[in-house]
Ligand binder design. Structure first.
Ligand code: PXG
Length: 286
C-alpha cells in the first residue's frame, strides 16, 4: 500500500507524521471518507468541496487548490490499483508546539490512504439492523458545527460504544434539546405517511453526501421530502427507517430501542431507495 503524505508516496510502514502534529495532539484537523467503485471515485468533487468547507470553518488553510487535491486523490487510487475501496483523506493542522494554539503549526499535513472498507454483512441489508438511542448527546451545533467533518469524533465514539454495549451496531444520537440528530457515522431518515423525513443539519447532523443522494432520488421519483425536526416519538411511530453513509450506503433500520419499526422488516420505500442508490452508483461509476 502506498500512502500519500504532503506530495510524496510512502510504503505503509514508512508513512509517518510527527507526534507534535496537532491532528494527533488535539484532533485538530478535518477528513473525508470516500468510496471507489469500479476504479472510479464516487462523488469526488462533493467530498473535496466539503473538505474545503470544513477546513475553512476551522481556519485551516489547505496548502493546495481543490483541483490539485482531486488530482492527488486520483493518483493515490491509481498507484494502488484500487478497483473497489475506500479513501481516507485527512488534513491536519500540522506539526506545532505543545499547547492548543494552532499559530506555531506552519504547514497542514495532507494524508491520503486508499484502502479497503469494512462493510456490513449482506444479511443486514436484507433484514435491517437494530439501533438504540444513545444517552450521549450530540455536541451542540453552536459549540461545534456538525457540518464540519473534524478529527474530533469522541462524542460519536462514546455513542458507538453504547451501541456495542447494548448489542447493537449503531446508535441514534439526540441533540441537547432532545431532537434526533444522526447516528454515530450515518445520517438517519424515516418514512412517515409516504413522506421522507430527515433532521436538518442544524439539529446536529452532518450534511451527508449519501443523504444528498437520497434526497435527489426522492425528487426524481416524486416522493415528498422534508428536512425537519424529529423526536423519538417520530422514530417509534415511523413506517420505515434507514440510515445513510459512505460506508453503509443505505441500511434499513428495523428496530429502535427494542421496538419494531413498522412491521419490523425493511419497507418497500426503503428498498426503492436502495435500488435507486445502486443505479446512481452504476450511472456514475459504470
Ligand atoms: N454523520 C457522520 C457523523 C458521519 O461521520 C455521515 C453522517 C454520513 O455522511 P456521508 O457523507 O458519508 O454520506 C458520516 C460519514 C469511517 C467512515 O471510516 C465514516 C463516515 C464515512 C465514511 C467512513 O468510519 N462517516
Amino acid at each position: 500500500m502506498k500512502i500519500y503524505i504532503d506530495g510524496k508516496f510512502h510504503d505503509r510502514g514508512e508513512a509517518k507524521i510527527s507526534v507534535l502534529d496537532h491532528g494527533l495532539l488535539y484532533g485538530d484537523g478535518v477528513f473525508e471518507g470516500i468510496r471507489i467503485y469500479n476504479r472510479k471515485i464516487f462523488k469526488l468533487t462533493e467530498h473535496i468541496d466539503r473538505l474545503y468547507h470544513s477546513a475553512k470553518a476551522i481556519l485551516l488553510d489547505i496548502p493546495m487548490q481543490q483541483a490539485e487535491m482531486e488530482q492527488a486523490v486520483q493518483e493515490t487510487v491509481s498507484i494502488n490499483a484500487k478497483v473497489d475501496g475506500y479513501i481516507r483523506l485527512i488534513v491536519t493542522r500540522g506539526e506545532g508546539a505543545l499547547g492548543l494554539d494552532p499559530a506555531p503549526c506552519e504547514k497542514p499535513s495532507v494524508i491520503i490512504i486508499a484502502g479497503d472498507i469494512q462493510l456490513y454483512p449482506q444479511e443486514y441489508y436484507e433484514k435491517g439492523i437494530a439501533i438504540i438511542t444513545a444517552a450521549t448527546r450530540r455536541v451542540p451545533a453552536d459549540s461545534l458545527d456538525p457540518r464540519i467533518k473534524s478529527l474530533n469524533y469522541l462524542n460519536n465514539i462514546m455513542a458507538k460504544v453504547e451501541a456495542k454495549q447494548a448489542g447493537c451496531l449503531e446508535a441514534v444520537m439526540l441533540n441537547h434539546e432532545g431532537y434526533v440528530s444522526e447516528c454515530t457515522a450515518d445520517n438517519i431518515f424515516i418514512i412517515s405517511r409516504g413522506t421522507l423525513l430527515t433532521p436538518a443539519p442544524h439539529y446536529g447532523a452532518l450534511d451527508g453526501i449519501t443523504r444528498a443522494s437520497v434526497i435527489e432520488i426522492s425528487q426524481s421519483c416524486g416522493i415528498p421530502q422534508r428536512d425537519t425536526a424529529l423526536t423519538r416519538y417520530d422514530l417509534y411511530t415511523a413506517d420505515e427507517c434507514f440510515m445513510t453513509g459512505t460506508g453503509a450506503e443505505i441500511m434499513p433500520v428495523t428496530k429502535i430501542d427494542g421496538r419494531p419499526v413498522g412491521d419490523g422488516k425493511p419497507g418497500s420505500m426503503t428498498k426503492r431507495f436502495i435500488d435507486g442508490f445502486r443505479n446512481l452508483v452504476l450511472q456514475n461509476n459504470p
